[in-house]
Structures are given as structure tokens and as C-alpha cells.
Design a protein around this ligand. Structure first.
Ligand SMILES: Cc1cc2nc3c(=O)[nH]c(=O)nc-3n(C[C@H](O)[C@H](O)[C@H](O)COP(=O)(O)O)c2cc1C
Length: 254
């Protein structure tokens, strides 16, 4: 399946962003919600297991999701920093979580991939209605077998797209991108290649949590914030084999 062709020039012009009055553009100071639905109190949280709390909130967000909402429940902001310490942030999809960490998939040669090679540490943020979760920690590569198994589960069009895109590199236009997609499609079209293999430059990253914060909006900006932290007992070259001490929980002021 080829990607949607570029729209004709007239349609593109009609769809162009309309000009706005710069004076009214920034007048959003009165945009605010009253956070009055629910709370997060110590008595309802297992202070030794933030992943249990994450799971409870994630599943609630999934259950509440419907097509009218602006984002998938597993969409999260991913912040990385380059070698100079400059932060960069984008949205990716969470594809797996457990006690070992939070997994997403991407192109290793993308901007984020390059930054993670330079500085293997990341921060994630989820936003679900009146709740937010922040995760911080070292990042490791997902094993090849795990990444290949996930890649195999993707729709064929997404698999072809992974081969076609040199993610984060400039390209002359939509037509050139469509040509790259068609070339990748042709490469895997022969009957002898019914399965699209995982590109070597594509894979997963696992953010191993050392800090997880749960935020619940409350009236008068008196929000609930419970933060879990833990420290390594013994450092290992690979963060997944690091032995971590127990989690401790602390309330923060809003
Ligand atoms: C809802 C949503 C989900 C996305 N999921 C992913 C994803 O799982 N992996 C990915 O590489 N990019 C994903 N993207 C695109 C990224 O936001 C970003 O444009 C891309 O990864 C390039 O980022 P980089 O140049 O900082 O590496 C998603 C974007 C949105 C809006």
C-alpha cells in the first residue's frame, strides 16, 4: 500500500493555515480547568511498587479512551538530551511495560537514537485527563529477539515504512518519500519474501525507571504528587542488570 499522494496545489492552498491576528493569538491566559475529579493519597498506594500504581492508572486511561480523545493512552512525551546537555522532546508510543521498564520502538539513526547513543538517559511524561506520570532513568537497548518479535507483529505497511524512512533526515518533498516507500515495497514484494525482516537500524529502547512521579490534579492547585525513587545497589555496565535498592515514596508540594 502506497502512502497517500500529495494533494493538488489548489487543495493544499485551501488547507493552508489561515492568517491570525497576532494580538489575539496569544490571549489564552483564561484557559484553565478546575481539577476536581479524584485524588492520590498514600493510603491507596503500595509504597514499595510504583509499577502497580502505573498499571492501575494506565489501565484506567485505556478503559476511558474513546476515538474522540486527542491521543492514545500509550502516547508519551520522550525527552532526551544531546552530548551538550540540550534537551529535545517528542511523542512516541509505549509498547510494553513491566518491572524492568518502559519500552518504545524507533529508528536508531533518528535524532533521538543519536542522542541516546551519546547520553543513554531519558524522561517520559504521560498525560491522562487529570493525571500525569513522569518516569526518569537510564536507557538500554531492547534485545534483538524481542525487537524482532515486536516488528513482526506490526502491520506490513508500518514495516515497509520503517525501511523507507531515514527518520529525522531532510527530504525534498512528499513525492520523494512516496518513491522511497514504493522502492521498499518492491524490495519485499517477491513471493519469496512474504515476511518483512526488521531493519538493522530499527529497534527498541527500555527506560529503566529510577524515579516515577504520579501527579493528580486537585482543586485550588493543591495537587497530589507522590514520587518514588530508588538507587542502584551495584552498578552494572548494562542498566537492566543493575541491582536496584528498594523504592521509597515521598509526597511533594504541588
Ligand atoms: C501519537 C504519536 C505517536 C508516535 N509514535 C512514535 C513511535 O512510537 N516511534 C517513533 O519513532 N516516532 C513516533 N512518533 C513520531 C515522533 O514524535 C517523532 O516525530 C519521530 O520519532 C522523530 O523524532 P526525532 O527526530 O526526535 O528522533 C509519534 C508521533 C505521534 C504524534
Amino acid at each position: 500500500m502506497a502512502p497517500t499522494p500529495a494533494p493538488p496545489a489548489a487543495a493544499a492552498a485551501a488547507a493552508a493555515t489561515p492568517k491570525t491576528d497576532p494580538k489575539t493569538l496569544h490571549n489564552i491566559g483564561d484557559r484553565r480547568l478546575n481539577y476536581d475529579a479524584g485524588e492520590l493519597i498514600e493510603e491507596h498506594v503500595d509504597a514499595t511498587d510504583p509499577m502497580a500504581q502505573f498499571r492501575a492508572w494506565y489501565e484506567a486511561a485505556e478503559a476511558a479512551w474513546h476515538p474522540g480523545l486527542p491521543r492514545e493512552a500509550n502516547a508519551m512525551s520522550l525527552a532526551t538530551a544531546d552530548a551538550r546537555g540540550r534537551p529535545h522532546c517528542r511523542i512516541v508510543l509505549l509498547k510494553h511495560y513491566d518491572a524492568d521498564g518502559f519500552v518504545f520502538y524507533t529508528n536508531h539513526t533518528s535524532r533521538k537514537g543519536v542522542e541516546l547513543a551519546e547520553n543513554p538517559y531519558a524522561a517520559l511524561v504521560f498525560l491522562w485527563d487529570q493525571r500525569s506520570v513522569r518516569v526518569e532513568g537510564p536507557v538500554v537497548h531492547v534485545g534483538d529477539d524481542e525487537a524482532a518479535a515486536y516488528f513482526a507483529s506490526r502491520p506490513r505497511g508500518s514495516q515497509i515504512g520503517a525501511w523507507a524512512s531515514k527518520q529525522s533526515q531532510p527530504i525534498s518533498g512528499r513525492g520523494a518519500l512516496a518513491a522511497r516507500f514504493e522502492a521498499a515495497e518492491a524490495r519485499f514484494a517477491p513471493v519469496g519474501l512474504p515476511v518483512v525482516p526488521k531493519p538493522p537500524f530499527w529497534g527498541g529502547y527500555r527506560v529503566v525507571p529510577e524515579r516515577i512521579e504520579f501527579w493528580h490534579g486537585r482543586p485550588c492547585r493543591m495537587h497530589d504528587r507522590l514520587v518514588f525513587t530508588r538507587s542502584p545497589v551495584s552498578e552494572a555496565a548494562e542498566a537492566t542488570t543493575t541491582v536496584w535498592g528498594p523504592w521509597s515514596m515521598q509526597r511533594l508540594m504541588p
